[in-house]
Design a protein around this ligand. Structure first.
Ligand SMILES: NC(=O)c1ccc[n+]([C@@H]2O[C@H](COP(=O)([O-])OP(=O)(O)OC[C@H]3O[C@@H](n4cnc5c(N)ncnc54)[C@H](OP(=O)(O)O)[C@@H]3O)[C@@H](O)[C@H]2O)c1
Length: 306
């Protein structure tokens, strides 16, 4: 079995998290059980356009997605230090792979998260993640216990950085009060899901230098497939701004619209199509001016700002 060569440990706890400007997410790849040659192709296309960060979770592909990705990465013979690996734990599915789970639940307790991280490392054939995220806030999370657990992961060298996902501003603030080095909050964010612009999530990320990672940045594809009249209006606005930016495609504009925010939003792409990965990467070269940004906001909300 090919093992990915490991870099020498050089983690400095105060080193800022660095991810590629766009990240490739593997949720859908796990769901459709993308065959290994297709995964290898997807990894190659991503690296080719500078996307070196891959987003996973223990539960993807009914707990089999990390193994499939780890195998594909090994088959790709990509050195470990050429990629950045993000994974998550904290959601517990009812699954034949987890017979002890009687009900779907969240578990941000120390024992579950530690075991989850260890399993991720084994499946991904690595000794560390670049970023471990608490997938969803457990209503029963104890901030002291969770901060301690995450800090220990970094101290043990198993995660270079730690963060959260789907945490509300108050939950993020609570945990960050115990663990100021929270590196990221992965949230649902797109032209179709704009609440984080207004509910304090992106403000808090900016305040805390915590990277907002945007999941479903293209609305899970609804941006291109839904045919309600307001969606047509939004597509027209994306096309108009794309034209003004020099033939940029609507998906590039929708991603660049997110990346324009000063909190440093990093979109997590969900496509399983290498050609779409290559196109999406072009978003990093676009910069919308204010009026273009608000033109899209207005098309998305259906009204001008007050
Ligand atoms: N933290 C969390 O709780 C959480 C939750 C959900 C997702 N995530 C992460 O976020 C990632 C992205 O989520 P997502 O998959 O919903 O993202 P997305 O990029 O918004 O949606 C991907 C979907 O849109 C389609 N699509 C992309 N570009 C298109 C285009 N130009 N025209 C038509 N269809 C297009 C894709 O189809 P093709 O594959 O055919 O291109 C795919 O079905 C996941 O992989 C996962 O890593 C995290």
């Amino acid at each position: 079995m090919h093992t990915i060569p490991q870099p020498q440990p050089d983690a400095r706890p105060d080193e800022r998290l660095r991810l590629s400007p766009l990240v490739l997410g593997l949720w859908r790849a796990g769901r459709v059980q993308l065959p290994r040659p297709r995964l290898v192709e997807l990894i190659a296309a991503s690296l080719d356009v500078g996307i070196d960060t891959f987003d996973l979770a223990d539960i993807y592909g009914n707990y089999a997605g990390e193994q499939a990705f780890g195998d594909a990465l090994a088959a790709s013979r990509v050195p470990r230090d050429r990629v950045r690996l993000v994974s998550k734990g904290g959601v517990c599915l009812v699954s034949d792979a987890r017979p002890a789970h009687r009900v779907k639940h969240y578990d941000n307790g120390a024992a579950h998260l530690r075991a989850s991280l260890d399993a991720s490392l084994q499946k991904l054939r690595t000794d560390h993640l670049d970023l471990f995220l608490v997938h969803r806030p457990d209503f029963l999370f104890d901030a002291d216990e969770l901060a301690d657990t995450l800090r220990q992961m970094v101290r043990a060298g198993k995660a270079r950085h730690v963060g959260v996902s789907n945490f509300s501003p108050s939950q993020q603030r609570l945990l960050a009060a115990r663990l100021p080095e929270l590196a990221a909050n992965q949230i649902e964010l797109s032209v179709l899901r704009r609440a984080p612009f207004e509910d304090g999530t992106l403000d808090l990320c900016q305040e805390q230098h915590c990277i907002p990672m945007a999941w479903s940045p293209l609305g899970g594809g609804a941006l291109f497939t839904a045919d309600a009249p307001d969606m047509q209006r939004l597509r027209t606005a994306l096309a108009e701004v794309g034209e003004a930016l020099g033939s940029a495609t609507p998906d590039q504009v929708a991603l660049a619209w997110l990346m324009r925010h000063p909190s440093g939003v990093i979109p997590v792409l969900g496509t399983t199509d290498p050609a779409r990965v290559r196109i999406a990467a072009g978003a990093a070269d676009l910069r919308l001016d204010r009026q273009q940004w608000y033109h899209i906001w207005q098309a998305a909300t259906g009204c001008a700002v007050a």
